[in-house]
Design a protein around this ligand. Structure first.
Ligand code: PLP
Length: 357
């Protein structure tokens, strides 16, 4: 890889496949170019032969994959001349929108479900100066409100129903393919509003059409308490500790089903318990700290290995998408893992607690 690829963002890296022109101002934080980490410890832990890779999207500038879409959405908003961007958010969209808006000199307005946002994400929107309004309702309701506002006021909606978000996010499929030298055989990922699975599928289909590469099998996972696509019905009160995928009425529902059906894949569910177990596996065996929602990908892989439905050959490449950084939700880690012991100021006592001896 050329050194310069690390410094430019996705618009400059992928200009030819994005809806930008010479007139589009490039609003970037040098997002993208995230690592594809070979997960040999997890491979060993699971006792499998195929290759497992982790696409660590938590290393984007604001800590989630949302930045890939936001650079395009905010650049296009700036080009169109609007003064403000608006989004409904479970957290990461607001963190990303408010950061990119600052660079573009635009106002950002963020509508969040009251009490349902991880602290790290809320702090990002606030420090970037977004107008944050918490609504007594869930995410789905926030998105309805934002859609209605956009019909009546001159503000640009930057949720993933904005097609520019999808265009930007599809670049992750290109990066994975460049890193592997081919498209992966299987891709496991979390599904919330389903914009991301839509974006990856668009990217892989383009690669299939332009470079004749094989299409991966798309394996999407919702949290069991908020699995509308699996249950084929809206979930009025979605429940899960994985707040980034706590969504009862996905905006890109149909596109997610298309990705599933065209790729011969699945959209299934994993329990909070399975999510937290996979989340700890990633931290404890690979040194990769993600927010809980991200671990739905590995939780899904483990579930399909356990129930015997998944038996790829040894040479196959399986990618798990890790959507957001663990520091987004530090409370969860401190609650889940036991707190450190407190001892008096003495070398002996400290040594005793460390297990060195
Ligand atoms: C937004 C988000 C998701 C869900 O992505 P969708 O496009 O809504 O399906 C999953 N994980 C994290 C960390 C996110 O920020």
């Amino acid at each position: 890889m050329k050194e310069i690829n690390k410094q430019i963002g996705v618009i400059e890296r992928y200009t030819h496949i994005l809806p930008v022109t010479d007139k589009t101002p490039i609003i970037t934080l040098s997002e993208g170019s995230t690592p594809l980490i070979k997960a040999d410890n997890i491979k060993k832990m699971l006792g499998v032969n195929f290759n497992i890779y982790l696409k660590y999207e938590g290393l984007n500038p604001t800590g989630s994959f949302k930045d890939r879409g936001m650079t395009v959405a905010v650049s296009k908003a700036a080009e169109s001349g609007v003064k403000a961007v608006i989004c409904a958010s479970t957290g990461n969209t607001s963190a990303s929108a408010s950061a990119y808006a600052v660079r573009a000199g635009l106002k950002s307005i963020v509508i969040i479900p009251e009490g349902a946002i991880a602290l790290g994400k809320l702090s990002q929107a606030l420090i970037h100066g977004a107008k944050v309004v918490a609504v007594e309702g869930n995410f789905d309701r926030c998105l309805e409100i934002v859609r209605e506002i956009c019909e009546n006021y001159d503000v640009e909606l930057v949720n993933s129903i904005n097609p520019n978000r999808i265009e930007g996010q599809k670049t992750a499929a290109y990066e994975i393919t460049e890193a592997l030298g081919d498209t992966p055989d299987y891709q496991f990922m979390p599904v919330g509003n389903a914009g991301n699975i839509t974006a990856y599928w668009k990217g892989y289909k383009e690669l299939n059409e332009t470079k004749a590469l094989n299409l991966p099998v798309m394996m999407g996972f919702q949290a069991a308490g908020s699995a509308p696509i699996v249950e084929k019905k809206f979930i009025k009160e979605p429940k899960t500790i994985a707040t980034a995928i706590k969504i009862g009425n996905p905006a890109s529902w149909e596109q997610a089903e298309t990705a599933r059906d065209e790729s011969d894949g699945v959209i299934d569910r994993v329990t909070d318990e399975e999510i937290l177990e996979a989340w700890q596996d990633l931290a404890e065996t690979e040194g990769v700290f993600v927010e809980p929602a991200s671990a739905a990908s590995l939780a899904g892989l483990k579930k399909y290995l356990d129930n015997g439905d998944f038996n790829p050959a040894y040479s196959k490449n399986v990618v798990c998408i890790l959507t957001g950084h663990g520091l987004k939700d530090p409370d969860r880690a401190v609650e889940t893992v036991s707190r450190p012991p407190v001892v008096s100021d003495s070398v002996d006592k400290v040594v005793k607690c460390t297990g060195i001896k």
